[in-house]
Design a protein around this ligand. Structure first.
Ligand SMILES: C=C(OP(=O)(O)O)C(=O)O
Length: 748
């Protein structure tokens, strides 16, 4: 439980319209506000439930009605002096999680909240489901210089820290001899005192540094080592206090700090478990929000003494948010601590490890700290949620390439019953997976198979998936390969075929593919991969890559042109090109994009495109290039994509899956993407998407709002051709394409 005394987000005046109350409820995310009169006297509660009950009872009432009239006047309150231990049993009854605390004249002075799973420091929430809160502990590493302290704040901001922390001591109050006098003390104490006397910053100087941190938008924390320092920090308005390990048993300081209505973060180094238990019990009587940091108080701490496994026990015995304050070398241990549940990480921070003072040696330099923060974020993103394992989109692709399938061991004819000897397990994994063997055995074949042909899911059912004559308001086509187009058009007549070339296809003489001209149109698609793992990149700054990219695109244009003789209806075929602009390890700064687009434009200007319309394919933020995650920088953001199309006159192949992923990644509405791209679109790839990298998903099984998209396309890109580009839609006699077309027909 915490006792909240910052009441502004939780109160609404009785005369305020109820809408104001509802807005406050949304803003404070606590699902409740309390209604007070002009003297601050509690008049009732206004929760989501109170409002719902009222609106059901008064369905025609205006929202201009005052909050006081809607509020529940019988809300249960408690006296401000009530001990938190007495408040605790009141929670939970009837769903109560907030108890208003009133003084003896009925003024609202606090709210007891049944919450210790989230700690709020400045505008950050800490706890399960939130990114770890990373504190750059400057401590006294400013060595007494305000300028260096401010510089460290700037560096902490750049390194991605969530907070900077300092230490404040009143040496007169803190040490038994007062001031920096150390005569008669042990060696260690003398050394520490000498350093503190030399390098501590007084409160007023530290506050100038805190002001600077606020201006830079980073949370500021401080460890008070004595009562005057607690008072000074609270007077300053510090958003959270840190309690050093050395003070874990200092109940007087804890009582003082814990009654100041700011969250406490306590380190547990140099402590025994019973001391930690005693302290948490004490804090619970104060009603303050707190977190415990596991810590090994040696500088540097030997790895063998760190005992990260204790984090779990600490969370259990403290029943609170836990974190880790690290004094070991390097930053891999804090990263591991995050993986073991630390929600707060504190690590010392300096500009120079050789400076005088015992914290410098265990501090991270700014670049190291930035790496730690980045690695923490990467590990957080890698943590997942232990839900049942699913196959990622990239894995699905690799599974096709690397796994195995059930194939015909010999030619098999329609009507034959499948026996074990008829089936072999071979790579690649395009067909039924080997574990489907028992389902396949004993089934009667409904199609002929050559030796080596895949068995598909369709062979396990009695209904065969076939194409049919589909009806659309715009030209529709099928994505095909040279080797499968004839089978795919056996039962349907698309308006056109889109040939997705492999690099080997480019070497084939079309006369060996087509035995007669076809009465339909065609489009083509640049191969995704060329010999020697080469990916076309018309934006490349590497001249060799750029020249070869231009040559490969030109070669594909030439092949496209040569196909026209087999498709007399097609006068100017579209060729879809993935232009490039990808990187392997990270997205580039958007400022780098204009030069890259210019490079693409220069490459396009070098091509002889006579008789062929190039369409630049819109791209996802994270393509699965060569079976692994990569980063696309161009044709992802609809704004620069549209600008490129407009300024170069290049048409777009609007890939709905790719651009939906881009919208999710960029946090923009997909309708905005459609509005920007559809008017510049000459060709469409229609396919669904999930998240930021789930591409190729079956229509209706992802996140695209198809009726809305279809209406927008009717308006902004009428008559523009499309293919259903379902991943692996061609397998199992085109089952994926037929399902997609069946579904699309109702909207397009
Ligand atoms: C010394 C401090 O903390 P820890 O015990 O985490 O090192 C501090 O916060 O000043």
């Amino acid at each position: 439980m915490i006792i909240e005394r910052n009441l502004a987000p939780y109160i609404v005046f009785a005369q305020d319209p109820v809408l104001v109350g509802l807005q406050k409820i949304s803003a404070n995310r606590e699902r409740i506000v309390f209604c007070v009169d002009e003297h601050g006297i509690l008049r009732g509660s206004l929760s989501d439930g109170d409002f719902r009950r009222w609106i059901i009872a008064n369905p025609t009432s205006s929202l201009e009605i005052s909050s006081g009239e809607v509020a529940n006047a019988t809300v249960r309150s408690a006296a401000a002096s009530t001990n938190p231990a007495e408040l605790a049993p009141l929670f939970g009854r009837g769903g109560i999680s907030h108890i208003p605390l009133v003084d003896d004249r009925g003024h609202l002075v606090g709210i007891a909240i049944d919450r210790d799973d989230v700690l709020r420091i400045s505008d950050r929430e800490i706890g399960e489901g939130h990114p770890a809160f990373v504190i750059a502990e400057v401590g006294n590493n400013h060595n007494g210089s305000i300028d260096l302290a401010k510089h460290l704040v700037d560096l902490a901001v750049e390194a991605g820290a969530d907070a900077v922390k300092f230490q404040l001591r009143d040496l007169e109050a803190l040490y038994r001899q007062g001031g920096g006098a150390s005569g008669g003390e042990d060696l260690g104490v003398q050394y520490t005192l000498d350093l503190l006397a030399k390098y501590s910053l007084p409160a007023e100087s530290l506050f100038r540094v805190f002001d600077h941190a606020r201006e830079r938008g980073i949370a500021v924390m401080c460890t008070p080592w004595d009562a005057p320092s607690v008072q000074a920090l609270v007077d300053y308005g510090i958003p959270a206090l840190k309690i050093a390990s050395a003070d874990l048993t200092n109940h007087e300081l804890l009582r003082d700090a814990g009654s100041r209505q700011v969250p406490l973060v306590l380190s547990t180094g140099m402590s025994r478990e019973e001391e930690i238990l005693e302290t948490t019990a004490l804090l619970r009587t104060l009603g303050t929000g707190f977190a415990l940091l596991h810590c090994q108080s040696t500088y540097p701490a030997p790895f063998k003494d760190v005992n990260l496994a204790y984090l779990e026990r600490l969370a259990e015995i403290g029943d609170c948010i836990v974190g880790y304050s690290g004094h070991e070398r390097g930053w891999h241990v804090p990263v591991a601590a995050v993986a073991r549940g630390a929600r707060i990480i504190e690590k010392h921070f300096t500009v120079d490890r050789t400076m005088e003072g015992n914290d410098h040696t265990v501090s991270l330099l700014p670049g190291e700290f930035a790496t730690m923060v980045q690695q923490i974020r990467e590990v957080e993103s890698a943590m997942g949620d232990a839900s049942p394992r699913v196959v990622s989109t990239g894995e699905q692709m690799n599974r096709v390439n690397l796994a195995k399938s059930l194939v015909a061991a010999r030619p098999l004819a329609v009507g034959e019953v499948i026996h074990e000897a008829d089936v072999a397990v071979k790579s690649p994994g395009r067909g039924l997976q080997p574990n489907a063997l028992s389902q396949l055995l004993g089934r009667t074949l409904r199609r002929d198979l050559a030796a080596g042909d895949f068995f598909f899911a369709g062979d396990l059912t009695d209904t065969v998936s076939v194409g049919r004559q589909f009806e659309f308001r715009r030209p529709w086509g099928l994505p095909v390969r040279y080797h499968d187009f004839a089978a795919l058009i056996a039962d349907c007549t698309p308006d056109f075929l889109e040939f997705h070339f492999s690099y080997k296809d480019l070497e084939l003489d079309p006369a060996t593919v087509f035995d007669r001209p076809l009465d339909m149109g065609f489009t083509t698609h640049l191969p995704d991969l060329f010999p020697g793992d080469f990916l076309v990149d018309l934006a490349s700054r590497d001249d060799e890559v750029w020249e070869r990219s231009i040559a490969e695109v030109q070669r594909t244009i030439d092949v496209t042109r040569s196909l026209k003789q087999w498709f007399p209806r097609e006068t100017e075929p579209i060729m879809v090109v993935t232009m490039g602009g990808f990187t392997k390890d990270r997205h580039l700064d958007p400022a780098e994009r204009p030069a890259m687009y210019a490079r693409v434009a220069d490459a396009l200007a070098r091509l002889d495109t006579t008789g062929v319309r190039i369409a630049a394919q819109t791209l996802p933020p994270h393509p699965w290039l060569m079976g692994g995650q990569a980063f696309h920088n161009l044709f992802v953001d609809p704004r620069d994509t549209a600008e490129f199309a407009l300024t170069t006159g290049t048409g777009l192949c609007f890939d709905v899956s790719h651009s939906k992923l881009a919208a999710n990644f960029l946090g923009i509405a997909f309708s905005e993407v459609v509005a920007a791209l559809a008017p510049l679109t000459t060709h469409l790839h229609l396919v669904d998407a999930t998240g930021i990298d789930g591409e190729g998903v079956q229509v209706g099984e992802g996140e695209v709002d198809w009726p809305q998209l279809a209406a927008a396309l009717d308006e902004l890109a009428p008559g523009v051709s499309f293919i259903p580009e379902i991943w692996q839609g061609h397998v199992d006699s085109g089952a994926g394409f037929w399902t997609a077309l069946d579904r699309l027909e109702q909207w397009l």
